[in-house]
Design a protein around this ligand. Sequence first.
Ligand code: TYD
Length: 202
Amino acid sequence: MKRGLFITFEGADGCGKTTQIKLLDKYLCSQRYTTLLTREPGARGLGEKLREILLNYEGEVSPMCESFLFLADRAQHVDCIIKPAIENGVYVLCDRHTDSTLAYQGYGRGLDIDRIKLLNNIAVNGLKPDLTIVFDIDIKTSLSRIGTKKDRMESAGIDFFNRVRAGYINIAKQEPDRVKIVDASDTIDNIHKKVVELVKQL
Ligand code: TYD
């Protein structure tokens, strides 16, 4: 069985990546690839429960606890869903993965970057995306798309999201072969064309 592919989609809240992941999924299906569209946090099963806590818990959550909950969700997701699918030749499209923890808990919350990298490596047990697409957009624009009904993470404020955005740009600079930045202020159609181009290069 030929190995599938693992592509992750990243960016600050409201960057439009969920629209793009669905468009890519449609495109790949039209080309007769078998795909799996999945997300973090909140893949099926236990992931849904962890997502509920992460996004809606109203009491205090320490940044380290938050990190471990995202990492727990990731370990479960990788072992039970992502790895088996890739081994079966599936193209796995994942809405957020390790770089979210680096950008949000590392750069955003201010936890030590090298520690987060280490914890990510433990959680994924050697798995690395073949391609990561970061959707980059001005934070005022992305936050205005979310509107007034915000979840726990979305309520973190503009300074936090500016750090997250800068974090993603740093990550892309450090790993230019894997991580590609796409300008998310362009039209949906143009962005989709760029995404398809990147995937074809794989
Ligand atoms: P979600 O509603 O899926 O947001 P989006 O549609 O923008 O992806 O919520 C996921 C939230 O969790 C989002 O604010 C990013 C955050 N997050 C982290 O802070 N760290 C992580 O490791 C992951 C996977 C997500």
